[in-house]
Design a protein around this ligand. Structure first.
Ligand code: FAD
Length: 518
């Protein structure tokens, strides 16, 4: 009995001593950041490199950048931030290729994890079910190269491939194949995730299901994606890439919707997109659409379209070298209602087609027009409101603008899994409208950053006031009420999942949804 009392007294004295020097019991085993043991390393010096993104409008300096050499490095860092009182203010942002627009991959005074340093072996599996195991920090262009070596490729893409797997899966990942295969988040079999508690968990439709769905489209809020298993299909070799023009918006969207609504098994294109031509001048307007048709000498100036807003429907059909798609393409084109004589066609390799935006990037880079402010606005607009949107936005608010491409293409909501965190309008068909504008420092007047930002705000105001029911894609909000409105019926679940997987709100602070708690 006497011994037990002495032990208790000893524990009391040790505990009091620890409190007296400002440490809690939890901090036992907590090292200062600089002393944490990593396979990779923490860089406290060149933090400015992690303070910028593609948007070029937000800058938050982190206190250090982690270059992980293992998943354990990421788990160690997050676990320390979760457990240690001395790090109770620490936030952590996974940084993919930093192609965010509003500082979403930044962490003010936190730690940024350079996910690309975890790039590694891309392991293609081709027995029975086709898939590839990739790292969260792998770029899609590298995934494509690795899978093409095996004659395979992922099914669903983004238009631009210098983005990381973890970065696009945190949003959705959409392009002209989404109407058919769904967004990239719909083509994932399994993930490995480091949660906001520092746990490393595998998740899929059968295992840790809740986490799996939460992370896909979850804006980095529930865990850091360290590995992903992506569905593959046999890769085509060639692509017939076609563009046709419309001056009537209703006819244009009717044709787009016809192509994406063909019953499964019926002939249609493999890719359907489109864009608006409000003012067809200048490299910046056309960087995504500099498309010439060697087989077809049609020139815009011959089409007598001066002064009109035009709409371009963009389609692609995949094929193998030993097959022809002439008949199928002719048959599909014959059911469309574009301006006669406005068909632009080219045949290119599947790789060059998927990597098409990179060619434009190089062109812009060579002119110093890539690393400039990008006041982009991406909206998902319900199909039933797209005519109203056209009348007010394309034909009115944007009438005299020529600062970047304006994408518009429809998708089917039945190819999106409702259980995932990504938010879409509640209609069977909705459109992506992407205003991909640039504002070089030399831009003035209608092209200035201020003007374009104001235009974006006018478009958002119009959507709110007219009850358009649009959702931002790659959303950017600054208040809880806006986030609540964005997530709508998914908000309460989003909050509960946050409490479960990142209760101290350590992860992805740059999204500005939750605040760090001790
Ligand atoms: P980052 O910008 O580095 O990160 C984005 C968010 O995800 C941040 O909150 C970050 O913390 C989080 N994050 C990053 N990695 C991880 C991870 N491993 N685990 C968990 N969270 C993580 N999108 C489309 O859907 N379709 C397109 O066609 C398309 N084209 C684009 C073209 C260009 C030129 C650009 C600049 C962007 C385009 N985007 C497109 C948008 C793009 O998908 C997103 O901005 C995406 O987040 C960028 O990936 P990233 O690797 O740069 O991510």
């Amino acid at each position: 009995m006497e011994n037990r009392t002495s032990v208790l007294v000893l524990i009391f004295v040790i505990t009091s001593l620890i409190s007296a020097v400002g440490l809690s019991i939890l901090d036992l085993g907590c090292s200062p950041l600089r002393d944490l043991d990593f396979d990779g390393h923490l860089d406290f010096d060149n933090t400015h490199l992690a303070a910028i993104d593609f948007g070029n409008r937000h800058t938050s300096l982190p206190r250090a950048v982690l270059y992980p050499a293992s998943v354990a490095d990421i788990a160690t860092l997050v676990k320390s931030a979760y457990r240690c009182d001395s790090l109770s203010d620490l936030t952590i942002a996974a940084r993919g290729h930093a192609h965010s627009l509003n500082g979403q991959a930044q962490a003010e005074n936190g730690i940024v994890i350079a996910m690309e340093s975890l790039k590694g072996v891309i392991d293609v599996k081709n027995h029975g079910s086709l898939y590839v195991d990739v790292n969260g920090g792998d770029l899609w262009i590298d995934v494509l190269h690795a899978t093409l070596k095996e004659g395979l490729a992922p099914k669903s893409w983004t238009d631009y491939l210098y983005l990381t797997v973890g970065g696009t899966l945190s949003n959705a990942g959409i392009s002209g194949q989404a109407f058919r295969h769904g967004p990239q988040i719909n083509n994932v079999y399994q993930l490995e995730v480091v949660t906001g508690k520092g746990d490393v968990l595998n998740c899929s439709k059968d295992q840790n299901t809740e986490l799996f769905h939460a992370v896909l489209g979850g804006l980095g809020q529930f865990g850091i994606i360290t590995k992903a298993r992506i569905a593959l299909e046999p890769a085509p070799q060639m692509v017939r890439w076609i563009r046709v023009l419309y001056s009537d918006f209703k006819v244009f969207t009717t044709d787009q919707e016809y192509l994406i609504s063909r019953p499964i098994g019926d002939l249609t294109f493999d890719y359907v997109e489109g864009f608006v031509i409000v003012n067809n001048e200048g490299l910046l307007s056309n960087w995504r659409s500099s498309f010439f048709s060697p087989q077809n000498p049609v020139k815009m100036k011959n089409l007598n379209t001066k002064g009109r807003v035009l709409y371009c429907l963009e389609m692609a059909m995949n094929y193998m070298n030993n097959k022809t798609v002439n008949e199928d393409v002719t048959s599909l084109l014959s059911s469309l209602h574009f301006i006669p004589g406005s068909v632009f066609t080219t045949d290119i390799s599947y790789l060059d087609f998927l990597d098409r935006v990179h060619t434009s990037e190089l062109k812009l880079r060579s002119k110093g027009l890539w690393d400039v402010p990008h006041p982009w606005l991406n909206l998902l607009v319900p199909g039933s409101k797209i005519q109203e949107f056209d009348a007010r936005v394309f034909k009115d608010i944007l009438r005299n603008t020529s600062s970047g491409p304006i994408l518009i293409y429809p998708m089917n909501s039945n190819t999106w899994d409702e259980r995932m965190s990504a938010v879409t309008p509640e209609e069977n068909i909705f459109y992506l409208v992407g205003l991909l504008r640039s504002s070089p420092p030399s831009a003035t007047g209608n092209n200035s950053l201020e003007y374009l930002t104001d235009q974006n705000n006018r478009i958002l105001d119009f959507c709110n006031n007219a009850g358009i029911g649009a959702k931002q894609y790659l959303p950017h909000y600054t208040s809880t009420s806006e986030w609540k409105n964005h997530f709508g019926t998914k908000w309460c679940r989003f909050v509960d999942l946050k409490k479960a997987y990142d209760p101290h709100a350590i992860l992805a602070p740059g999204q500005r949804i939750f605040s760090r708690t001790a």
